[in-house]
Design a protein around this ligand. Structure first.
Ligand SMILES: Cc1ncc(COP(=O)(O)O)c(C=O)c1O
Length: 404
């Protein structure tokens, strides 16, 4: 954070326009990704779900540390292959078109995660026409009685994601007459925003039990199980984050109790990149209405939609900026409760609410941490045609860190 602050202070001192920027700390990303990989026991591998943030410097930092990238569209697949010719790619997502499936067939893909019987048939048909054999996983939606529920559930209830478990027999039957498809395993991405390490291990154990049952019942020979992403970031209480060490230990115990456990593959997004990114906005104005105080800042949810998407008040801190070009006193507040809004003409352009601040002045910077995942990449950038924020990728301070 110190590095990010230093960079922002220097930029604010020279800014000719109100400042608005994303800042990414690539060294922090490097360290965090290494810590995640190190925490996973043997027999586990980490892919990065690039939908969380597919900026090139982010991917370049991660490519040497992760087992590969998970892509969820033809666009992501083409982007990843264009820049990473040899990185392992896995292809997920509902509603894949024939063109996207063909692109995957032509892109030396590690595995395609099949989402329905119809998709399975189309892929078999395309693979046969191309004379190729494709490694696949079946993505499954499972009932999960008694397991934790998070704010974003992709499985365990009616959703369009994956194949409902009761439809698997039809898929196995179809695979009998699909020599161009090779079933390598099963895929589960049942939820996001998981903050409880023990519950996550339990969820994985439940998936593995199911897989063992299918393998036995249908005589399947698989080589791995992809347990998706889903590890969350605690935006509301940033001091209490997912317990990575406990998670690693839980997985280790699970592995010890099941010596025949297949290889586990993770495809995490949010947990990998959220913490390396910061969104900074300059306070343009301070307003009061009906007892409420509003900091109106440069930018808004068209850049940083995360708080609106997750329905939370995003934590932020204030970076004092001494430059004040006007010949009248600065608007300022002391020991106040504020709402942070952007420049959009909608009351939904709200980034933080009921937040207590010691002191804030027009011209100060508001810095939102945990803005490196599902932030810029899920936002409606051109609403109102405001300028896009600047993007700064702070490089690694030690040159050899990049090559370790
Ligand atoms: C199939 C799939 N895999 C992985 C992810 C990454 O999830 P997360 O960012 O919660 O780790 C997603 C997110 O939606 C997904 O749909």
């Amino acid at each position: 954070m110190d590095k990010v602050e230093r960079h922002l202070r220097a930029a604010a001192a020279h800014a000719t326009q109100p400042l608005c920027a994303y800042v990414y700390d690539l060294e922090a990303l490097h360290r965090h990704s290494e810590a995640v990989v190190a925490a996973l026991p043997q027999g586990c591998e980490l892919f990065y779900a690039i939908k969380a943030n597919s900026d090139l410097p982010i991917l370049q930092t991660l490519a040497p540390r992760v087992a590969g990238f998970e892509v969820s569209s033809g666009g992501e697949l083409a982007w990843a292959r264009e820049h990473f010719a040899t990185t392992a790619l896995i292809f997920s997502g509902p509603g894949k078109t024939d063109t996207e499936l063909q692109l995957a067939l032509d892109s030396d893909i590690d595995a395609i995660h099949v989402e329905s019987l119809h998709e399975l048939r189309r892929l078999s048909w395309l693979a046969k026409a191309s004379g190729k054999c494709v490694p696949i996983l079946l993505r499954v939606n499972l009932p999960m009685p008694g397991l934790i529920v998070t704010p974003l559930m992709m499985g365990g209830k009616p959703t369009p994601f994956g194949i409902a478990a009761d439809q698997l027999p039809a898929c196995f039957e179809s695979l009998q007459s699909a020599p161009n498809l090779r079933l390598r395993g099963f895929h589960f991405h049942l939820l996001s925003h998981q903050l409880d390490a023990t519950a996550h291990v339990d969820l994985i154990a439940t998936c593995l039990d199911q897989v063992a049952h299918w393998c036995e019942a249908y005589g399947l020979d698989i080589d791995h199980v992809n347990v998706g992403g889903g590890i969350g970031v605690n935006y509301r209480q940033p001091q209490q984050q997912f317990d990575l060490v406990a998670f690693g230990e839980g997985l280790r115990r699970l592995r010890e109790s099941q010596p025949d456990m297949p290889r586990l593959r993770f495809e995490c997004g949010r947990y990998i990149t959220a913490a390396c990114g910061y969104y900074a906005m300059e306070v343009l104005d301070i307003k009061h209405a009906f007892g409420g105080a509003f900091l109106v800042a440069r930018g808004g949810t068209h850049h940083f939609r995360t708080p609106y998407a997750q329905n939370h008040s995003h934590p932020f801190h204030i970076l004092p900026v001494e430059r004040w070009p006007y010949p009248w006193p600065r608007p300022e507040l002391h020991d106040a409760v504020v709402n942070v809004v952007g420049q959009l003409c909608t009351p939904k352009d709200l980034l933080a609410f009921d937040a207590r601040v010691d002191r804030v002045r027009a011209g100060d910077l508001l810095v939102f941490p945990y803005a490196g995942a599902y932030a810029w990449h899920i936002s409606h950038h051109d609403f109102l045609r405001h300028p896009h924020p600047q993007n700064w990728y702070l490089p690694m301070e030690h040159a050899n860190a990049a090559n370790e």
